[in-house]
Design a binder for this molecule. Sequence first.
Ligand code: ADP
Ligand code: MG
Length: 625
Amino acid sequence: MMKRILSFFKSDVGRIILSGILFVMGLSFPESYKYVKLALYLLSLAFCGLPVFIGAVRGILRRDLLDEKFLMSVASIGAFFVGEWSEGVAVMLFFLIGETFEHSAVRRSRNSIRALMSIRPDEATLFNDGAEETVYADDVEVGSVIVISPGERVPLDCQVISGASEIDTSAMTGESIPRSVTVGDTIDSGVVVLSGRLIARTLRVAEDSAASRILELVENANENKSKEETFITKFSHYYTPIVVGLAVAIAVLLPLLRLATLKSAIYRAMMFLVISCPCALVISVPMAFFGGIGGAASRGILFKGGNVFSSVARADTFAFDKTGTLTTGKITVSDVECVGISRDELLLLASSAEQGSNHPIAVAIASLTDEHLPIEALDEIAGEGIIARISGRSVAVGNEKLMKRIGVEFTVKDGTAALVAVDGRACGTVTLTDSVRAEAASAIAELKRLGARRVTMLSGDRPGAAVSVGEKVGIREVYHSLTPEEKYSKLNEIKRESGKAVYVGDGINDSPALAISDVGIAMGGIGQDSAKEAADIVIMADDLSMIPLSVRIARRTVGIAKFNIAFALLVKLLIMLLGAFNIADMWLAVFADVGVAVLAILNSMRTLLRPTSSVRIPKFISNRR
Ligand code: ADP
Ligand code: MG
């Protein structure tokens, strides 16, 4: 019991309470008990200030004279020296309160991001002929068979080989509706298995699995500092020495010029020292971005750095890829025509060739047959198609550009189609339908409401298909038949005309565009491909409404950071002015320092709140319609 009480009074909160009680007792004693007051104040100061004084001495030994502990110690002792005892204690007491609050705020936001990010289980259960063995997830090799029971988190990216279940992907994608998986489906690590037991074959080692990649991304994001953060670092470099210089000037010059007594000048200089601490900014601004990154990640939006926020917040030009971005990319085959070859043979050759590509069209065609012939040689031409050697034959699947490249004449009607040529001869056409994402039109409308002046589509598809998707989603400026290089140069042109451009792609065939845009947004999870590395924002869910949400998160985050900068500087400046003219007292200075820091930090912590997906109309209004 005794030990407990002792350790409580050693903690920051315990010291604040004890010191606070002594301080109030000191304040309430009548003036006539001068020495009782002084004793109470000194005792109170000892409780709250001792570690600060010790820290200050350490700072001096390190020759770090502008360390905040040193400044506060000088201010506190200085105030005592000129007979303002209560102020001298107040400086220390409130400094300690501010520090304690800052620490707990930083700890809290770190914890909430960590909780959010507890998506990587340490262990996996290996499954060998019915025997289960728990091992470290890091030790599991690709191709191992693991079992995941209901309630468990999937430790490694894997493919289901037995069982069926609902899975909760919310920690990874921000999507709250469970998805069902069954034999053949692949699942990312980090999702939670809800209902049935799954047996699955691992596709990647722990380090390469989705959960690890997300964690790495979010952790590294803090290293790419925003403009506002860099400003603060530079600013506090100059700000503190300048204010300390002013304090010295006031203490020396005012008495010399006979504008104030020495005592009053020292008192005012001490106020400057108290105000000189830039902690409100140094802590709250990075915290706003830290929270912004974490809050966005909880919705499955991965910002790769604080620096991305301001670009997105100001963006007014958006360019979208079509296939897999505005459309679902879940392409279905609606018609097959063949010339001089049997339908079965055409499909077997085309689907075998398309195994070599991960383009949405390729995935659709590859799934047309159950069996596939092995690929002997492969050449994928981005934005055109694929040429594969299969059973000694050259099979080309792609668009007219590809056919032109290999010198095959083709006449086709408009619409999305894959043309197939075997050994340099036109053999058939696979007509494809791809549906527009349900949320595409509303997401684009919301972007426009948020102030997007120019929304364009850059598509590699044929004019008919591109324009018709454009009409459905509300994009009038459509560029079609673009190769990846042409997408790149078109985007460059848009950038030149509009100043800044955001590019949204699915990451297949569009890494150049993602890389050159001011902000590249890759949709559809954190794949293994280079495109996701070129992107500045990765959106885990296949959901376009995350794009306007990203804009709103970015604006809120930047807004909070900027507000904090303006608020803290204005208050400090105002109180410095008042102090110089002897209107403000130490109490106000203490407020300017600690109060502003606390308010700014509270404001920054708002970024951690889980952002909602759209502006909701209150029930009572929507009911009336
Ligand atoms: P988009 O995403 O706008 O369709 P892409 O650059 O991904 O642009 O593709 C452009 C076009 O290239 C596609 O519409 C398709 O005609 C053709 N293409 C690309 N890759 C393949 C492939 N593996 N198989 C068949 N056609 C392909
Ligand atoms: Mg695409």
